[in-house]
Design a protein around this ligand. Structure first.
Ligand code: SF4
Length: 321
C-alpha cells in the first residue's frame, strides 16, 4: 500500500478526538467524590467505557459494581455517564445509598424526550444497540411505550398502535449514516414518523465521525484508540472503513499495535473515542514516531468548546449572603 499523496511516512491526527464534555464531567465527578468523601466510592457500571480510565480510578479507590445491590447500605454510589433508569434510582433509595448522578446531560435530554412523548401517548421507536447501558436507561423511562430498533432489518417486525403517532429517538453514540438508513426504513413503513425535537446523536459523536471521514480516504490504516465496549469508538472504526481507509483497527493501548499492520503502510490516521484520555493517543504517536512515522498533520474539522457543570451534589455550596 502506498499513500495517494507522497511516499513519505506520515500520521494524520483527527481533531476533534478523545474526551467529550460528558466524559470529562463524569470522570471528574468520581475524582472529586474520592477527594471529598475518601475511598471507597462505588460506581455503578464503568463510569465511561474505557479500560484505562476505569483502571486508574480503581487504583485511586473507586469500586466498580454492576448493580446497586452490591453497594453496602448507606454508601456513596456514582451513576455512570450512560444514565440509569428510574428503577435504579428507586433501588438506590430503598438501600439508603447516597448517590451522585454523572449521567451526561445529553443523555438526560433523551430521557426527557422519552418521558414527554410517553406522556403524550406516542409509540417511541428507539434506534440503538440491544444491551447497551444507555439504551437500558432510556427504555426504563417508559418501557410500555418504547421499542428498540437496531437495524433496517428490524423494521418489518415493528408494530405500533397508531401509525399517526410515532416518533423515533436514538442512542447518543450511533453512526449518523447507519441511523439515517434505519430511519428511512421506518419512514417507509410509517410516513407520519416524527423526528426527535433535536439531534439525539450527540455533538461529540458526530464531530468525531466527521473528522475521521475527512481523514480516512487519505489513510492506508486508521488506528482508533478506544475500548471494545465503547459504542462511539467502534463506530469510528466502521466509519473509517466506509469512508475509504485501507484498514482500520481499534486499540486500547499502543502496545497492541501489531508490526504486521504497518507493513507497506505510508499514511496512518489516528483518532480516539469520546471516552479516551489524550495520554493514550500520545502513547500511540510516540510508538509510531519510533518506527518512522514522526511527521504529524492535524486534520481539524470542528472546534469544541462545550463544558458541563459538575453534578449538583459536587458543586461548591453557595456562600451565605
Ligand atoms: Fe455525552 Fe456524547 Fe459524551 Fe456520551 S459521547 S458522554 S452523550 S457528550
Amino acid at each position: 500500500m502506498t499513500s495517494p499523496e507522497t511516499g513519505t511516512k506520515r500520521v494524520l491526527l483527527a481533531k476533534p478526538r478523545g474526551y467529550c464534555a460528558g466524559v470529562d464531567r463524569a470522570v471528574e465527578a468520581v475524582e472529586r467524590a474520592l477527594e471529598k468523601h475518601g475511598a471507597p466510592v462505588y460506581v455503578r457500571k464503568q463510569i465511561v467505557h474505557n479500560l484505562h480510565v476505569v483502571d486508574t480510578l480503581e487504583q485511586r479507590g473507586a469500586v466498580f459494581v454492576d448493580e446497586t445491590d452490591e453497594v453496602p447500605e448507606g454508601a456513596l454510589v456514582v451513576f455512570s455517564a450512560h444514565g440509569v433508569s428510574p428503577v435504579v434510582h428507586e433501588q438506590a433509595k430503598e438501600r439508603g445509598l447516597r448517590t451522585i448522578d454523572a449521567t451526561c446531560p445529553l443523555v438526560t435530554k433523551v430521557h426527557h424526550e422519552a418521558k414527554r412523548f410517553a406522556r403524550e401517548d406516542y409509540d417511541i421507536l428507539l434506534v440503538g444497540h440491544h444491551g447497551h447501558e444507555e439504551v437500558e436507561g432510556t427504555s426504563g423511562e417508559a418501557p410500555e411505550h418504547i421499542q428498540l430498533v437496531e437495524t433496517p432489518e428490524d423494521v418489518a417486525a415493528v408494530t405500533v398502535r397508531d401509525p399517526e403517532k410515532v416518533i423515533w429517538l436514538s442512542q447518543t453514540t450511533l453512526s449518523v449514516d447507519e441511523t439515517l438508513e434505519t430511519v428511512r426504513a421506518l419512514r417507509e413503513r410509517f410516513p407520519s414518523l416524527q423526528n426527535p425535537p433535536s439531534d439525539d446523536i450527540c455533538y461529540a459523536t458526530q464531530n468525531r465521525q466527521v473528522a475521521v471521514k475527512a481523514m480516512a480516504p487519505r489513510c492506508d490504516l486508521v488506528l482508533v484508540v478506544g475500548s471494545r465496549n465503547s459504542s462511539n469508538s467502534v463506530r469510528l472504526v466502521e466509519v473509517a472503513l466506509q469512508a475509504g481507509a485501507g484498514a482500520a483497527k481499534l486499540i486500547d493501548y499502543a502496545r497492541e499495535i501489531d508490526d504486521a499492520w504497518l507493513r507497506g503502510v505510508t499514511t496512518i490516521g489516528i483518532t480516539s473515542g469520546a471516552s479516551v484520555p489524550e495520554v493514550l493517543v500520545r502513547g500511540v504517536l510516540d510508538h509510531l514516531a519510533e518506527r518512522g512515522w514522526g511527521e504529524v498533520e492535524e486534520i481539524e474539522t470542528a472546534q469544541e468548546t462545550l463544558t458541563f457543570a459538575l453534578p449538583r451534589e459536587l458543586r461548591p455550596a453557595r456562600s451565605a449572603r
